[in-house]
Design a binder for this molecule. Structure first.
Ligand code: IMO
Ligand code: MG
Length: 419
């Protein structure tokens, strides 16, 4: 059977949680393969709302298994809080979640290092979510990290102390004032909680499941935050494109089936870094208000702008997207004119490619569409969609070379049109 992948194609916050929750109905297994509690995947159903951080969005589906893969970085403290919240609603989380032993652990001192690094960068800071993501992946790559499977070792406390002391030395070199012990007791209690879950060799576990189950891999963040292909250095520290699912779960590329790429009908970004179509005027303000564009993790207002098809086509290429999913087009219902960026002028030279230089001056070149001026939120069938809207969709499909299979017109599970 195949591993289908769902990815965010922009700067995160595309609506992955809702779509995975909708698609999870068709998949017996949902797996996260990268990122960590920097993600905030929002789900709304039956009048309830949840924000998931490390837990896969299949958790509310009765028969779905949920895997936290080896490419993920897991914070036992956040994970426990998240699980207990959901457990309180009657969901048997311990039966539904399996964790890879090779996933790396976020220590409380990783979060302190994240804050210290950002403080040291001053104005040039990344705008990290401060969840310890960068320092944990750094320890993984520099071969200092601790992994979930290590919690079972008799000398885990010693290994923890060794890594913590390394972090304390770094923090004092950076003259960062903090109490590195503040969350230690909570961390060890959360590690005991984590031990109650099934901890597995993810690569064997996933490949065995694939013999007779389809699996949905749920990406976090978005292609433009990818460590290699995003707007470096303003990126996250993991591979957010499709190839990351292979590494993050231990699965061969030949097993990949559909690649679902999610994008919003406009763009948002939280944190620093280039954003060619960003709007600083009342149109941007209106998008933020209608789209309720405030961070699910940090509460920060998101920067808003028009849809960037140059960046989107780049993301489609990187991941071999087979099916596009468009979110939040209903947020454009009241705009007279809708713009999409179809090329860039980089230092006055026109191009349809994303430039290497993150700091280059990029001027977006727009194609304009007449707004549909109609309420899309009630539409449940393609035939109910206004012509201006379907023309706009056709334009995007021909620019991107991939069909738009799902259109989401509101946060609820049922506000979804399948094409
Ligand atoms: P979901 O999965 C939006 C951004 C941060 C920052 C940069 C690096 O909800 O789409 P990090 O904490 O990863 O070191 O921060 O990446 N960022 C996200 N932006 N949605 C996310 O996740 C994000 N995860 C990280 O704002 O600019
Ligand atoms: Mg987010």
């Amino acid at each position: 059977m195949k591993l289908d992948v769902v990815l965010g194609l922009q700067w995160g916050d595309e609506g992955k949680g809702k779509i995975v929750d909708v698609l999870a109905g068709n998949y017996p297994v949902v797996a996260r393969f990268q990122g960590g509690p920097n993600a905030g995947h929002s789900l709304h159903f039956e009048g309830k709302s949840f924000v998931l951080r490390s837990i896969p969005s299949g958790i509310f589906r009765k028969d779905a298994k949920n895997i936290i893969g080896n490419g993920v970085v897991l914070d036992p403290i956040t994970f426990r809080k998240e699980c207990e919240n959901i457990e309180a609603t009657g969901v048997p989380v311990k039966e539904r979640i399996t964790v890879a032993k090779k996933a790396h652990l976020i220590l409380p001192t990783h979060r302190l290092l994240d804050a210290a690094n950002e403080a040291a960068m001053g104005k040039g800071k990344i705008g990290s979510t401060l969840k310890g993501i960068g320092p944990t992946y750094t320890d993984k790559v520099s071969r200092n990290g601790l992994r979930v499977g290590d919690v079972l070792a008799p000398d885990f406390a010693d290994r923890f102390r060794k890594l913590k002391e390394r972090h304390v030395r770094m923090l004092s070199q950076m003259q960062f004032e903090c109490n590195p012990e503040a969350e230690e007791a909570e961390f060890f209690a959360a590690v005991e909680y984590l031990k109650q879950f099934e901890l597995v060799d993810c690569e064997y576990y996933v490949n065995k499941l694939l013999e007779d189950h389809e699996i949905l891999a749920e990406g976090a963040q978005g292609s433009m935050l990818d460590i290699d292909y995003g707007s470096y250095p303003f990126v996250t520290s993991s591979s957010t494109a499709c190839a990351g699912a292979c590494i993050g779960l231990g699965v061969s590329p030949s097993k990949i089936g559909h690649v679902y790429g999610i994008f919003k009908a406009y763009c948002t970004r939280v944190g620093s870094g280039p954003f060619p179509t960003e709007l600083f005027d009342e149109t941007g303000e209106k998008l933020r208000k209608i789209g309720n564009e405030f961070g699910a993790v940090t509460g920060r207002p998101r920067r808003c702008g028009w849809l960037d098809l140059v960046a989107l086509r780049y993301a489609v290429m990187l991941s071999g997207v087979t099916d596009l999913i468009m979110m939040k087009s209903d947020c454009l219902d009241t705009f007279e004119t809708i713009k999409v960026c179809t090329s860039y002028k980089v230092d006055r030279v026109e191009t349809d490619q994303v430039p290497f230089d993150t700091y280059a001056h990029i001027e977006p070149v727009y194609t304009e569409f007449k707004g549909w001026n109609a309420d899309l939120t009630g539409c449940r069938q393609e035939s109910e969609l206004p012509k201006e809207f379907t023309d706009y969709i056709s334009f995007m499909e021909s620019y991107l070379g991939v069909p738009i299979r799902i259109i989401s017109l509101g946060p609820d599970r049922d506000a979804t049109i399948m094409r």
